[in-house]
Design a protein around this ligand. Structure first.
Ligand code: ATP
Ligand code: CU1
Length: 821
């Protein structure tokens, strides 16, 4: 089975084809399933309904009924195309549980390797305009509050959405208010940037700061310390300290002042107060040291944050920058990959990386698709097969026809999805944000009390207690706490993407560890989805040749795996013409051949027309309990023939189920196939529970049922099981590599058909969670220790700086560990 969509076989297919061609041109994406295109489009009805609700806004979700038996010939290919061709912007929103509307970024995803995602400009939305603003100086997370406070008070601002990792602020605002918003941000000392859609690239890099002031400050601070020990005169110490503080601390003072003026205390404000206080108290060398240490630490922190940020971008670096493209005159020329148009022919040599998505037109090879699927077993590819940007060509030379521009490749979509996933804040992150808003004022309150109360009651000198209070001000900064979560989540999302698991939001990464039950469908998910015909029987005087010809003729109009098996087994026979072909969901197919009605499908379909003789039923049952799927050919009055087909179980499925059970996840198989076959297959792979005869809404109900008890996942191919996937807490789509819709509509998209990616996802989710907990305890623990030390009189200010920025460094480094997994 070559897979893919066969619209040519569908009556009225022409119309369908032309329609989807337009769609395809529109998105620049021609989707063709790779190898295991299980369950193609014969689940026509539910699929169709689903397509509609994905592709157009005017169809309600309840549309996934199957009262649509009658849409007859204009069938499936059309639907499938629609589905695949439909613009992803709609689809993306449908699943955005968090209500974040990210669709507007459209195709902006980085065309060339760059460190930060590009900005989408302004977009018209319900509440007015939505604009993405990049603020490079938004480095300490506390600055988020500063901006929130300032903009939140403006009546023209409807909604704010911060993405600190990308340093992008998304504002929903009334038209004409953008200038005022930019001015407000500037008044806070930031330099906001808006993409002006016309000029492509922007200068997104931070301006390089000269290094010498910091070096000078360091030397001066050290000298001041030496003067102090050497008992030199105070004015020398003081002078050196002032030089140190002024040469490296001016920006800190500046930022601090802006923050204080706006009634907010960020780390810069806290440091400024602390250092000034130390100077006032005559602690010259200490004040200088603290400012220098703080500046250095901030630098390191910024660097490590960049690393987390760039981890995603590094996925993009997988694609080569140039491609060898055939010119109009037949010659080959190396051109910029981002300028290659879909339809161009590109040549790839052994060992090279593939630059764009495409379809092989000449040659054959093996390709390592690990960069996308995480599976390092090379895959054989011949003409007609799909290749993906970022994957590595191993053995042969070949030529392929480009199917998507550089900014629209599967890899680009993955990266885009990961970038957006960070925007949807996970529960822990929201908790931490809320907590930090209480934490800082509380610690500051304690600091004030410490400064004032003890000396008032004569428990020491003012000097001594004010110093302690200043130290506490430094400890009051929640940086480490606030930064720990996004860094960890981003690392987790990126680590997953590298394994071929595309997680569409921090939420799912957090929920995965709690997965209680997983529903799986059978065909193509647990099995290979490529059944082979094993038995044929004839009844009521028909010859085997007649039965096979009639059945194969009907089946050839369908892409259902069972039908494909029948067609393949009778490839030698000449097919007859079929009129009024229709697919009947969960049952089979119907058509008219030389004026007579024929039905080909499961026992259920037969019994809906007449009572099947009990000997035949017994035979069906016997075959089914061997794990075979049995379908019957009837003419509406009597059974004419019987076919049994057998599908094989993927080895990886068995392993995956075992791993899931070890992780404490219950497994349930939901299949449209009959209960006997379901049971037989289920016992082969060790699945806990098997339910057969499941129509799409039965699957939906079953998932909902489990979901009430605990977090429930559902795996399917993202097309046929749409209602159930949508009902699941976490919907997994399999074999997403070639299908953009699967990437965009699932909660978690598995790039290939390997079920073991689900236990891997659960494990990663657990690791991420334990790192989150570690980080939060680390951040709070370190601060608590220094708080106590300070109160006991053992904490010094430079220790507090370590406590603050050191803790930040620690949690960032800890979070980045996930990337090495
Ligand atoms: N086009 C078809 N040709 C032949 N048989 C069909 C066809 N469509 C449905 N059937 C019969 O109906 C049964 C149920 O089909 P359905 O598509 O709901 O499930 P499935 O694809 O077999 O299994 P799963 O739900 O695990 O994907 C099939 O097992 C088959 O016996
Ligand atoms: Cu901080």
């Amino acid at each position: 089975m070559s897979g893919g969509v066969k619209n040519s076989k569908t009556p009225a297919g022409d119309e369908a084809a032309s329609c989807c061609e337009t769609f395809n041109l529109g998105t620049g994406l021609r989707v063709k399933n790779t190898g295991e295109s299980h369950k193609a489009n014969d689940h026509a009805h539910d699929q169709k309904a689903h397509n509609h609700n994905k592709c157009s806004d005017d169809h309600s979700h309840e549309g996934h009924n199957h009262d649509a038996h009658s849409h007859g010939g204009e069938g499936h290919s059309h639907d499938e195309h629609n589905h695949k061709g439909c613009n992803h912007d709609h689809a993306a929103q449908e699943h955005s549980h968090e209500g974040h509307d990210h669709g507007h970024e459209g195709d902006c995803c980085s065309a060339a390797p760059e460190q930060l995602s590009s900005l989408g400009g302004s977009q018209v939305v319900a509440g007015g305009l939505r604009t993405e603003i990049r603020i490079m100086q938004m480095d300490c997370p506390v600055e988020e509050n500063l901006i929130k406070k300032k903009l939140g008070g403006m009546s023209s601002v409807k909604e704010l959405d911060f993405n600190l990792m990308q340093r992008v602020l998304t504002v929903t605002h009334t038209p004409d208010s953008l200038e005022a918003i930019m001015a407000a941000i500037r008044s806070l000392g930031f330099e906001p940037e808006v993409s002006d859609n016309t000029s492509g690239k922007k200068n997104t890099q931070e301006k390089k700061k000269p290094w010498w002031p910091l070096a000078l400050a360091g030397v001066a601070a050290l000298a001041a310390e030496v003067m102090h020990w050497a008992d030199m005169p105070d004015w020398l110490e003081a002078g050196l300290a002032l030089i140190a503080v002024l040469s490296c601390g001016l920006t800190t003072y500046q930022k601090g002042w802006i923050s204080i003026r706006n009634g907010n205390l960020n780390i810069n404000a806290l440091m400024s107060i602390a250092v000034t206080g130390a100077l006032v108290l005559g602690q010259w060398p200490e004040a200088a040291m603290v400012m220098v240490l703080f500046t250095i630490a901030e630098l390191i922190e910024a660097k490590s944050l960049d690393r987390a940020r760039n981890a995603i971008g590094s996925l993009m670096n997988l694609t080569p920058e140039t491609a060898m493209v055939q010119q109009a005159d037949g010659t080959w020329q190396e051109v910029d990959a981002s300028s290659v148009q879909p339809g161009s022919i590109v040549r790839v040599k052994p060992g090279e990386r593939i630059g764009l998505d495409g379809e092989i037109v000449k040659g054959q090879t093996t390709i390592n698709q690990a960069p996308i699927t995480g599976e390092s077993m090379p895959v054989d590819k011949i003409a007609g097969d799909t290749v993906f940007a970022g994957t590595i060509n191993q053995s042969g030379s070949f030529e392929y026809k480009v199917t998507a521009a550089a900014n629209n490749t599967t890899l680009a979509r993955i990266i885009h999805a990961v970038e957006q996933a960070q925007g949807a804040k996970a529960a822990t992150q929201r908790f931490v944000d809320r907590f930090s808003q209480i934490y800082t004022p509380v610690v500051m309150g304690i600091a004030v009390a410490v400064a004032v109360l003890p000396p008032l009651f004569g428990a020491g000198t003012w000097q001594e207690w004010i110093y302690k209070a200043l130290v506490m001000l430094v400890i009051a900064c929640p940086c480490a706490l606030v930064i720990s979560t996004p860094v960890t989540i981003v690392s987790g999302l990126t680590a997953a993407a590298r394994k071929g698991i595309l997680i569409k939001g921090g939420v799912y990464l957090e929920q995965g560890r709690k997965l209680k039950a997983l529903a799986l469908d059978k065909t193509g998910t647990i099995t290979h989805g490529k059944p082979v015909q094993t038995d044929v029987m004839v009844f009521n005087g028909w010859s085997e040749r007649e039965v096979r010809t009639t059945a194969a003729s009907l089946a050839s109009y369908s892409d259902h795996p069972v039908s494909l098996a029948i067609v393949n087994a009778s490839a030698d026979l000449k097919k007859q013409d079929v009129d009024s072909f229709e697919a009947i969901v969960g049952r089979g197919v119907h058509g008219v051949i030389t004026g007579k009605d024929f039905y080909l499908g499961n026992l259920r379909l037969t019994e809906e027309h007449f009572n099947c003789p009990s000997e035949i039923k017994a035979t069906v049952q016997r075959l089914e309990s061997q794990g075979k799927t049995v379908i019957l050919l009837n003419d509406g009055k009597q059974v004419l023939g019987l076919f049994a087909v057998a599908d094989t179980v993927k080895n990886s499925s068995r392993e995956a189920i075992e791993q899931l059970h070890e992780l404490g996840v219950k497994t349930i198989m939901l299949t449209g196939d009959n209960p006997h076959t379901a049971k037989a297959i289920a016992s082969q792979v060790g699945i806990d529970e098997a339910r057969g005869n499941q129509l799409p809404e039965d699957k939906h109900r079953a998932v909902e049922e489990h979901s009430r008890i605990g977090i429930t996942g559902m795996v399917g191919d993202g097309i046929n099981d749409a209602p159930a996937l949508a009902a699941a807490d976490i919907g997994f789509a399999m074999g997403a590599m070639g299908t953009d819709t699967a990437i965009e509509t699932a909660d978690v998209a598995l790039m290939d058909d390997d079920l073991r990616k689900i236990p891997a996802f659960v494990k990663l989710s657990r690791q991420t969670y334990s790192l989150l907990v570690q980080n939060i305890s680390l951040a709070l623990g370190i601060k608590a220790v220094f708080l106590v030390l300070t109160l006991m009189g053992m904490g010094t200010m430079w220790m507090a700086v370590f406590a603050d920025v050191g803790a930040s460094l620690l949690v960032v480094a800890n979070g980045l560990r996930l990337l090495r997994k």
